[in-house]
Structure formats: structure tokens, C-alpha cells
Design a protein. Structure first.
Length: 280
């Protein structure tokens, strides 16, 4: 089965703008490039990827677009603009000159104000994203579920994708938290423009995680978003904190083994292609 990885990163810590990166992490704090990805994914049929921003700067988006220009494997780039600066609308338009630029992702998980996304001044930005036919990657935690619902239901033609199932704290194994997450995800799943990335789960699980720890969450999204609105992503190299590229891929295929081939093709290929409008 041909695969599109809807969410991977490259970075080079010497660029100096990855403020979230723990200096002492041997796994994260090193360069990851195309050669590493090719090596780590060599036993699966990885056809294309979407490269996602990992720094809150325009420079990092340019860095990613440069890599994408010289690589057939990278079919889309999700970049970053400063929503708080109205001058960045021009920057956003400039990025779209590169056909591989497909969307933006503010780093909402790192912003202390949980209501940041509701800022009324962002109206023009959301409208411009829609006008430019771009996507919005929603990176947050379960505390952001309600706000994401407000935005996604206000801008019904905004192609809106939830990153990493909203990063539920799988390691907490807390039933009440699970029910809250499930309720918020259910509401979002009912909006036609909202999709869900099947990614980033292992880093929310405990160090001794098993497939069974992830299963209730995966079953839930399969049930509510269905194979029509879910897309697989590796979140490599972040996934290396708990497993490796192949380990997460194998877990993802185990947890979707009951699906038909057509349903699997939607999750591992078709949905990423159509959602991001990848030119492949
Ligand atoms: Zn990521």
C-alpha cells in the first residue's frame, strides 16, 4: 500500500529558533533531514509526506520550502505566520507562490493564553487562509477543544485539521479525562470541515506503552471521524521519544487491521492528498 505521511518534521538545532526543544534531549536535539527520513522509513512504501513547521518563525517556513523544492518526497509544507501581526498577510500570500505551501499552524500548545485563538483580530487571517485555499493545522490539548469548535464552526469553509487527536494524556489513564476528550472530539467530528490526524499518540502514552493503551482512543476516532476524515502521520522524529518510524507505523496498522483495504487507503493515502490538495 502506497503511503502519504501527513505529518513529519525536519530540523537543524543550529538554526536556533526551536525554543521548545529540550537542550538535554539526545533524541530531539540533533539534526534530522531527508536522508534520516529515507533511512528510517525504508521498509514501508512511503510515497509522499507533508512537512510541518516546528518553529514560530517565517525563516523556518522558508527553510522547509527550500528543502521541499529539492525533494520529490515532500509534497506539502505547513508553515507559520505571526497571527498577531497584520503585516503577515503579505507574507502569507508570498508563501503561496510556492505550490508546495499548503497551510499554516500556529503553535497553540505553547501559548499560555488558552483563549488566544479567539482573538477577534484574527478574523482577517482566517478569511485570508480560506481565500488562498490553504489549511489550518490545529495544535492544542483537550483544554482547547471548545475553542477549536468555535473557530471551526464559525469558518465552515476553513479546512481544519486536528493534530495528534488533540494530544489526550494517554499516560494518565483517567476515565473522566477520556470522557471529556471524547465529548469534545465528537462535537468537532460533526463539522464537515474538520479532519483528524492519526499521529502523535505515542508521545502522550507512558514509557512502557502498548498498542492496547492507544486502542480506546483510536477506536473512538474511527467511530466518529470514520475513514473519510482521518489521516495517518508519523510525527517523526518526535515519535522517536517512544518508538521509531516503523514502530509507530506498525502500531497504526495493527490498530486499523479490521478496516477494509479501501478504508485503509483513505487513512494512509487518500485523505491527506485531498485535504491538503497535494499536487501529486
Ligand atoms: Zn509534530
Amino acid at each position: 500500500m502506497k503511503i502519504i505521511d501527513a505529518h513529519q518534521h525536519f530540523w537543524d538545532p543550529s538554526r536556533g529558533d526551536y525554543s521548545w526543544m529540550p537542550q538535554d534531549s539526545k533524541i530531539l536535539n540533533r539534526k534530522y533531514d531527508l536522508e534520516d527520513l529515507t533511512k528510517d522509513s525504508k521498509s514501508i512504501e512511503l510515497y509522499k509526506t507533508v512537512l510541518v513547521q516546528a518553529a514560530a518563525t517565517n525563516a523556518e517556513t522558508e527553510y522547509m520550502l527550500n528543502i521541499a523544492e529539492s525533494s520529490d518526497l515532500i509534497s506539502g509544507v505547513v508553515g507559520w505566520i505571526n497571527f498577531e501581526d497584520p503585516n503577515q498577510l503579505e507574507q502569507l500570500k508570498n508563501f503561496t507562490k510556492n505550490p508546495k505551501f499548503v497551510g499554516v499552524r500556529p503553535m497553540i500548545q505553547d501559548i499560555p493564553d488558552k483563549n488566544w485563538v479567539l482573538n477577534k483580530d484574527f478574523d482577517i487571517i482566517f478569511k485570508t487562509i480560506i481565500d488562498l485555499d490553504l489549511c489550518f493545522d490545529a495544535l492544542g490539548f483537550p483544554i482547547h477543544l471548545e475553542n477549536f469548535y468555535i473557530i471551526a464552526s464559525k469558518y465552515t469553509s476553513l479546512r481544519f485539521i486536528i493534530d495528534h487527536l488533540m494530544k489526550p494524556k494517554i499516560c494518565n489513564n483517567n476515565q473522566e479525562e477520556f470522557i471529556q476528550w471524547k465529548k469534545g472530539m465528537y462535537k468537532l467530528s460533526k463539522l464537515e470541515n474538520v479532519y483528524c490526524k492519526f499521529s502523535g499518540m505515542v508521545t502522550e502514552a507512558s514509557e512502557k506503552w502498548t498498542d492496547q493503551d492507544l486502542k480506546p482512543y483510536v477506536d473512538e476516532i474511527l467511530n466518529i471521524f470514520t475513514d473519510k476524515k482521518i489521516m495517518w502521520g508519523s510525527d517523526w522524529p518526535v515519535c522517536n521519544l517512544r518508538t521509531n518510524y516503523l514502530g509507530w507505523y506498525n502500531t497504526a496498522t495493527n490498530l486499523t487491521e479490521k478496516l477494509s483495504l479501501a478504508e485503509k487507503e483513505n487513512i494512509f493515502y487518500n485523505n491527506a492528498k485531498s485535504f491538503y490538495k497535494l499536487k501529486i
